[in-house]
Design a protein. Structure first.
Length: 386
């Protein structure tokens, strides 16, 4: 096993020697000489999608140095055993990570690279502390609730709510509106990518952006997102798509010409629970002129499909109505179906898109699009009544 690890290390070293690299110095009591560390290169659009993984071997106890190929602006995830940390880096940067408690590795704030910007370091360190404290309180609540100690569970739920109410969203917004840091530019594009595509805040932000940042990897991502938003405004031609439904059938937008189309990207969240019945009502009332395409991750689809009366998550029950045999179900986590999420900025649930019979965007947004759909379908039916 040790020989194999050394070969992996040598191969990785040769592979990156002629390419732009990022260097990551890691200190952790969880590292022993000979341990293999994994560095995942993550998709910029899909938070959980791993594009590639490189493996490295620690040469001494407590320390490891990773040198890996990196394109301009990368989102990476370092894995040490069962613990991991997501970080941002650019080619040529050196990132330093010191892990005191391996169990809290995901909340560590690195130094070096982008993290040398005092504004970013201040933002991310406070954000990590906030998330850490909130998650620990939630874990305590779950533990005591499971064993039936309701008083203790309520105590930690109160702590959780107290911590949540203290989040400084103003500080987060101020950081995301910075135009001189690649991370803030990326966060603005990704976090607000779906939010009200009809507004022109993106264009205003782009004009304020430093030329150097515009030319960077994060700037390119921002520009691509901005162009996608423009293509999702009312009257824009809807992007062609081809997806494979859960029955194995191929469905494409061109074949749906002459019909209204609703794309409804859903997950387990309160807004989906509130709006799913409205989608069902539209489908049942206007199914002769409307094609409904419900999109979700495979894990969510399976969880809801397998729900039964003995399930401990009753919140899933209303969502069973979203898995119907008389409309199109699409699993976006499957490789053939991933692109539609990016083309239609499906970053949060529910994301709803209404497309006209002529293949034009009528409305892109959240659950409010269903109200627009109801009015438009009602009007269309009235004007085309026999």
């Amino acid at each position: 096993m040790r020989k194999l690890s050394i070969l992996v290390f040598l191969f990785a070293t040769l592979r990156v020697s002629s390419q732009p690299v990022v260097t990551i110095n890691v200190e952790s009591t969880d590292i022993s000489a000979g341990d293999t560390l994994a560095l995942d290169h993550m998709s910029l659009f899909y938070y959980d999608k791993i594009v590639s993984t490189t493996y490295f071997v620690a040469n001494e106890d407590g320390k490891a140095t990773i040198c890996d190929a990196a394109d301009s602006f990368s989102r990476m995830r370092l894995n040490i055993g069962k613990n991991n940390l997501t970080l941002y880096a650019d080619a040529g940067q050196t990132i330093n990570i010191k892990v005191t408690n391996p169990a809290d590795m995901e909340y560590v704030t690195p130094t070096g690279g982008f993290y040398d910007d005092p504004n970013y370091y201040d933002y991310i360190s406070k954000h990590n502390t906030f998330i850490c404290n909130k998650n620990k309180a939630l874990d305590k609540f779950d533990h005591f609730a499971r064993i039936g100690l309701n008083d203790s569970a309520q105590h930690y739920f109160s702590i959780y709510n107290s911590i949540s109410s203290r989040e400084d969203s103003k500080r987060e917004l101020e950081f995301m509106k910075r135009t001189d840091n690649q991370v803030s530019v990326y966060m603005y594009a990704h976090e607000w990518g779906m939010d009200d595509v009809e507004k022109k805040n993106y264009e205003k932000q782009w004009k304020k952006m430093d030329e150097e940042i515009k030319a960077s990897g994060a700037g390119e991502y921002f520009k691509q997102t901005m162009e996608t938003r423009k293509g999702l405004r009312p009257k824009a031609k809807a992007s062609d798509f081809t997806v494979i439904d859960t029955r194995g059938n191929k469905v494409d937008l061109k074949s749906l010409k002459g019909r209204f189309v609703i794309l409804y990207y859903w997950g387990v969240c309160g807004y989906v629970l509130q709006s799913c019945s409205d989608l069902v009502d539209l489908h049942e009332k206007y199914g002769d002129i409307l094609t409904t395409i419900a999109l979700t991750e495979e894990s969510t689809f399976n969880s809801v499909s397998n729900y039964n009366e003995h399930n401990t998550e009753p919140v899933l029950l209303p969502l069973k109505g979203l898995i119907r045999n008389d409309w199109t179900n699409v699993l976006t986590s499957r490789q053939d179906n991933e692109q539609i999420k990016e083309d239609y900025l499906m970053m949060a649930t529910p994301c709803v898109v209404l497309i006209s019979p002529k293949g034009r965007i009528i409305k892109h947004g959240y659950a409010n699009v269903l109200r627009v759909a109801k009015n438009r379908l009602k009007l269309y039916t009235f004007l085309h009544r026999k």
